[in-house]
Design a protein around this ligand. Structure first.
Ligand SMILES: CC(C)[C@H](C(=O)O)[C@@H](O)C(=O)O
Ligand code: SF4
Length: 477
C-alpha cells in the first residue's frame, strides 16, 4: 500500500468492511459522548425497537447545553425552570440508567462542556475514533484521534452496533510555521486560517495540522484548532501525537498506567503521516506575521486583523458572497471601511468548548490583572468544566476575574449557544471567545464578534474592540 496519512491510517485500522462499490465503509467507533440535546431521539428509537446498547462502556453522557450556570452549583440554584429543557436533562439520566451508560449529570463535580470533559477525563486516546451528536467533536483530533459530529439516526446506529456508515474524506495539510507573537494564540491562527480558506474551504476533507508552530503549541491550543476545523467545514482536524500530548494525558482518569502506559506511548509514537503520503490540498501559514483577529460578520470566515477595517461588499466579485456580506453588515450594524479597533461592545463572554480551558483563563486573567471592566459592559466567564473551575480557583484566577468585574459562573455551553438563561438581547454587541457568530446565536438579534479570550478580556476593559497587545506591552518593566 502507498504511504498513508495519519487520517488514512486511523480509518484503515477501523474499517470493518467496504460497503459494495458505494465508496462507503463500515467504520468501527471507539467512543461516543452523548448530550441531553441530541440524544433523546436516538434513545427513543432504540427503545422502540427493543435493541440493547452493544458496548455501554464505550459511551459517556454529559449534560452541557441547557444547564444553568448560576454561580452556585446546587440542585436548588441550578433548577431549570423551562420544562422542555428540564426534561432533556432528566431523560438523559434515565436513558443512561436504563442502558448502563455512565452519565455526568448537572451536579457531578466533573460536569462541563462535553468536549472539555472528554479530554480531561482521558476518554479519547491517540489513534481512536470518536463520534458524537455535536459538530465540535472534531476537537479530539488534538488527541491524535479522529473525531466528527453525527446526527440522531447515526447516534442510534452507533449505540446499537458501535459502527457507522462512513465515507472516507480527502486529506488537507495545513502547515503552520513561525512563532506566535506575545498576546496571540491558537484562536488567532484558526480564525486567520478560516478567513483565508473560507467557511467551506475544507469541505470533504480532514485537516492535519503540522509545522513548527503546531509542535510548539500546547495541547489546549491544538484543541482550539481542531475544534474550529469544523468552521471551515472540515470533517475532522488532527495533530499527530507527541511528547506534549503524552505529558498532557499522563495521569488523567481513564488513561492507561504503569507498563500499559509505556506500551501505549510506544504505539502512539508510530501515529503519524508517512513520508511521501499524499495530501489532496496543502495550505501554508506563517504564524510570525499574524495579528490578533476579530470577526466582523455572521460567519466565522468573515474576519480581519484588529488593525483592519470592515470590508466593502462592492469590492467582492462573487455575487453570492457579496450579498452575504451585505446582509451581515446590516445585521451587525457596521459600515464598509469602518475600523474594528474602538468599536463599542455591551458584553464580553469567555467560554465555550473552543476557549474555556486553563490556558484560556490564564491568558485572559493575565490581561485583566489590575484592570476593571468598563462600566457599560456585562462580562461573564464560564469555565469549560467544573474541573477547570476548581483548578482556576486553586490558582486564584477567579479572584482576578471577579475583582475586574467579571461574573464567575458554573460550567456549561451557556452564552455560546444561548440554550439556557444566559443570552443576549436584540442589538447587544458581544466580544466572545466562542466559535460561531451566526445571526441570533447568542440570543435573538444579538451581534457576536469572535476572538481569543485575551482579546475578549482587553475588549471588556476598554469597552470596545481593541488590540490586546496594547494592554500587555504596558506591563513590560
Ligand atoms: C446543539 C448542537 C447540536 C450544536 C452542534 O452540533 O454543534 C451545538 O453544540 C453548536 O455548537 O452549535
Ligand atoms: S460550547 Fe458551544 S460550540 Fe461547544 S458544544 Fe457547547 S454549544 Fe456547541
Amino acid at each position: 500500500m502507498s504511504a498513508r496519512t495519519l487520517y488514512q491510517h486511523i480509518v484503515d485500522a477501523h474499517t470493518v468492511r467496504h460497503i459494495g462499490n458505494s465508496g462507503q465503509i463500515l467504520l468501527y467507533i471507539d467512543r461516543q459522548v452523548l448530550n441531553e440535546y441530541t440524544s433523546p431521539q436516538a434513545f427513543a428509537a432504540l427503545r422502540a425497537q427493543d435493541r440493547p446498547v452493544w458496548r455501554p462502556e464505550a459511551h459517556l453522557a454529559v449534560v452541557d447545553h441547557v444547564n444553568a450556570t448560576t454561580p452556585l452549583r446546587t440542585a436548588v440554584t441550578m433548577r431549570i425552570v423551562d420544562e422542555a429543557r428540564a426534561r432533556q436533562v432528566s431523560l438523559l439520566a434515565e436513558n443512561c440508567k436504563r442502558y448502563g451508560i455512565e452519565c455526568i449529570d448537572m451536579l457531578d463535580p466533573r460536569q462541563g462542556i462535553e468536549h472539555v470533559v472528554v479530554s480531561e477525563q482521558g476518554f479519547v486516546l491517540p489513534g481512536m475514533v470518536i463520534a458524537a451528536g455535536d459538530s465540535h467533536t472534531t476537537s479530539h483530533g488534538a488527541m491524535g484521534a479522529l473525531g466528527f459530529g453525527i446526527g440522531s439516526s447515526e447516534i442510534e446506529h452507533l449505540l446499537a452496533t458501535q459502527t457507522l456508515v462512513y465515507r472516507p474524506q480527502k486529506n488537507m495539510r495545513v502547515t503552520v510555521r513561525g512563532r506566535l507573537a506575545q498576546g496571540l494564540s491558537a484562536k488567532d491562527v484558526v480564525l486567520a486560517l478560516i478567513a483565508r480558506i473560507g467557511a467551506d474551504g475544507a469541505q470533504g476533507h480532514v485537516i492535519e495540522f503540522q509545522g513548527s508552530a503546531i509542535e510548539q503549541m500546547d495541547v489546549e491550543g491544538r484543541l482550539t484548532l481542531c475544534n474550529m476545523a469544523v468552521e471551515a467545514a472540515a470533517r475532522g482536524g488532527i495533530v499527530a501525537p507527541d511528547d506534549r500530548l503524552f505529558n498532557y494525558l499522563h495521569g488523567k482518569p481513564r488513561v492507561p498506567t504503569d507498563a500499559q502506559w509505556d506500551l501505549s506511548v510506544a504505539r502512539w509514537r508510530e501515529l503519524r503521516s508517512q513520508p511521501g503520503a499524499v495530501f489532496d490540498q496543502e495550505v501554508e501559514f506563517d504564524a510570525s506575521n499574524l495579528l490578533p483577529r476579530v470577526t466582523w460578520g455572521t460567519s466565522p470566515d468573515q474576519g480581519v486583523a484588529i488593525d483592519g477595517v470592515v470590508p466593502d461588499p462592492q469590492h467582492e466579485a462573487n455575487l453570492t458572497r457579496r450579498s452575504s456580506m451585505e446582509r451581515a453588515l446590516k445585521y451587525m450594524a457596521l459600515e464598509p471601511g469602518q475600523r474594528l479597533d474602538g468599536l463599542p461592545i455591551s458584553h464580553a463572554f469567555i467560554g465555550s468548548c473552543t476557549n474555556s480551558r486553563m490556558d484560556d483563563l490564564r491568558a485572559a486573567a493575565e490581561v485583566l490583572r489590575g484592570h476593571r471592566v468598563a462600566p457599560h459592559v456585562r462580562a461573564l466567564v464560564v469555565p469549560g468544566s467544573s474541573t477547570v473551575r476548581a483548578q482556576a480557583e486553586a490558582e486564584g484566577l477567579d479572584r482576578i476575574f471577579k475583582t475586574a468585574g467579571f461574573e464567575w459562573r458554573q460550567s456549561g455551553c451557556s452564552m455560546c449557544v444561548a440554550m439556557n438563561d444566559d443570552h443576549l438581547s436584540p442589538g447587544d454587541r458581544c466580544a466572545s471567545s466562542t466559535n460561531r457568530n451566526f445571526e441570533s446565536r447568542q440570543g435573538p438579534g444579538a451581534r457576536t464578534h469572535l476572538m481569543s479570550p485575551a482579546m475578549v478580556a482587553a475588549a471588556a476593559i476598554k469597552g470596545a474592540l481593541t488590540d490586546v497587545r496594547k494592554l500587555l506591552t504596558k506591563r513590560v518593566p
